[in-house]
Design a binder for this molecule. Structure first.
Ligand code: PBG
Length: 326
């Protein structure tokens, strides 16, 4: 037996940190923040323990709490005061995300990324303009090309409010190019785009749809979000976004799609982001509540694994908890 090569030699306490290949730091993390124009006090989100929808008046305070843990970036989601067929509140100058962004940018040092989508703003809950007969013909759910102009308006309105970065999540073909053109024409050439480039039609988004009140009123999103079966197609999706000018490439969800995170890391020379989604958060909490898993340990191991797979930054509901323990 030749045991000259013994990996265990490097597992002693003093040497382990020196040879660690992957490290997690608070500056890798982005904390999602929900701002609700219909709320006049903080409302806990049942399926996401520790998270709340906050009124616009408390957005600054909420972001300061995040910053105190060492996390420097937030991703803003809005619940508008009203919804309609086209999602017009999504690009209103006095919209919920626009108001919150103006205050957060003026009063904190946070890096503000905004989610650019229509599903929280449309009464039907889909991520774009819908056909009148969508209920009977699901292939027509969202009209791709007519949605592009609206997404561009949303992104420009966020940038005008001071957003540092925009993150389109609607999986509309051509969305990154349309938004890049819109931003450039409006004088925001320096505002980068994180594209939710490979966003899968995932059952792990369940708790988020409660949090942001964005469940589709009919049908589902499988005609625009990706089929969980497809990894090659994810590379194609990401390539299209790179060609259209995406600055950061996001894969979503994270844990069930680490192979895709790895593929995107290997294939492209842009920063890779992963979104550790609401269901990934909720399932660890549920198991921890039963005493079956150690919450803090499993959360850290999850985030470390996402980085090991190739993510540079992680959007995660665990951001504050993990950062304060780092
Ligand atoms: C909206 C959007 C969703 C998420 C982020 N942006 C929901 C969806 O597509 O249904 C999911 C986030 C999460 O589950 O944490 N387009």
């Amino acid at each position: 037996m030749d045991l000259r090569d013994r990996p265990r030699r490097l597992r002693a306490d003093g040497i382990r940190p020196l040879v660690a290949e992957t490290r997690l730091s608070a500056t890798d993390l982005v904390a999602p923040v929900f701002v609700d124009a219909t709320a006049d006090e903080r409302l806990p989100i049942d399926s996401m323990p520790g998270h709340e929808r906050v009124p616009v008046d408390e957005a600054v305070e909420r972001v300061e709490e995040v910053r105190e843990t060492g996390v420097e970036a937030v991703m803003l989601f809005g619940v508008p005061r009203s919804k309609d067929g086209r999602g017009t509140r999504a690009w209103a100058e006095d919209g919920v995300v626009q108001e919150a962004t103006r205050r957060i940018v003026a009063e904190t040092d946070a890096y503000v990324i905004t989610d650019v989508c229509l599903c929280e703003y449309t009464d039907h809950g889909h991520c774009g303009v819908t056909e009148r007969d969508a209920e009977t013909d699901p292939r027509l759910t969202v009209r791709n090309d007519e949605t592009l102009d609206l997404l561009s308006k949303v992104a420009v309105s966020h940038a005008a409010a001071g957003a540092h970065m925009v993150a389109p999540s609607s999986m509309t073909d051509g969305m990154v190019g349309a938004i890049r053109d819109g931003l450039d024409e409006a004088g925001f050439a320096d505002v980068p785009i994180t594209s939710y480039a490979a966003k899968f039609e995932s059952a792990f988004y369940g708790p988020f749809r409660d949090a942001a009140d964005g469940a589709p009123a009919f049908g589902d999103r499988r005609h625009y979000q990706m089929d969980p079966a497809n990894a090659r197609e994810a590379v194609r999706e990401v390539r299209l976004d790179v060609e259209q000018g995406a600055d950061v490439l996001m894969v979503k969800p994270a844990l069930p799609y680490l192979d895709v995170v790895r593929d995107v890391r290997r294939e492209f020379d842009r920063p890779v982001a992963a979104y550790n989604v609401s269901g990934e958060y909720a399932m660890l909490h549920a198991a921890a509540e039963k005493g079956w898993l150690d919450l803090e340990a499993t959360a850290r191991e999850s985030l470390l694994s996402i980085k090991r797979a190739g993510a540079d930054l992680i959007v995660t509901y665990f951001a504050e908890d993990v950062a304060s323990g780092l």
